[in-house]
Design a binder for this molecule. Structure first.
Ligand code: CMP
Length: 139
């Protein structure tokens, strides 16, 4: 089925002017960008978005990183979008990412790993709603 997922092009990528390169990989993987905006996350947004990780030892570092430079938040649409996006992103740790994936090609470390993608349809909806109003999504 055609579904939606949520993606973030992270600060390590916007800083290196890779917004287009990352988006090209997503499009080549069969995903359509149906909403996109460049934002500079506030602390409130970064902490709220990653609230599920707040007990993790890297939470503080993660929040500081996500606020350090602009990001591009996107809604992606395609056949089985969550899985399709996770396949093209590659493993969280770039050292473990498959050849041809975004993280293999561009990620710097497990923290500065270029992209975020939703891990389930349920979380995709929550994450999309966190950053977008329905009228900003144009399929
Ligand atoms: P993301 O998919 O955005 O969701 C949680 C993020 O936490 C994850 O990508 C990683 O970038 C980050 N993360 C996971 N483990 C570590 C770690 N050990 N140190 C720093 N960041 C981490």
């Amino acid at each position: 089925a055609v579904t939606r997922t949520f993606s973030i092009i992270k600060p390590d990528a916007t800083r290196r002017n890779l917004t287009g390169a990352v988006t090209k990989k997503l499009e080549e993987a069969g995903l359509r960008v149906v909403a996109s905006k460049r934002i500079h996350m506030t602390r409130e947004q970064a902490e709220g978005f990653y609230a599920v990780h707040k007990e993790r030892p890297f939470f503080g570092e993660l929040v500081e990183f996500m606020m350090s430079e602009p990001v591009v938040v996107q809604v992606l649409e395609g056949e089985d979008a969550v899985k399709r996006n996770r396949n093209i992103m590659g493993a969280t740790n770039p050292a473990e990412a498959d050849e041809g994936t975004i993280r293999k090609e561009y990620a710097l470390s497990i923290g500065e790993n270029t992209v975020h993608g939703s891990d389930s349809d349920e979380n995709a909806k929550i994450e999309i709603d966190f950053f977008f109003d329905e009228d900003e999504i144009v399929g």
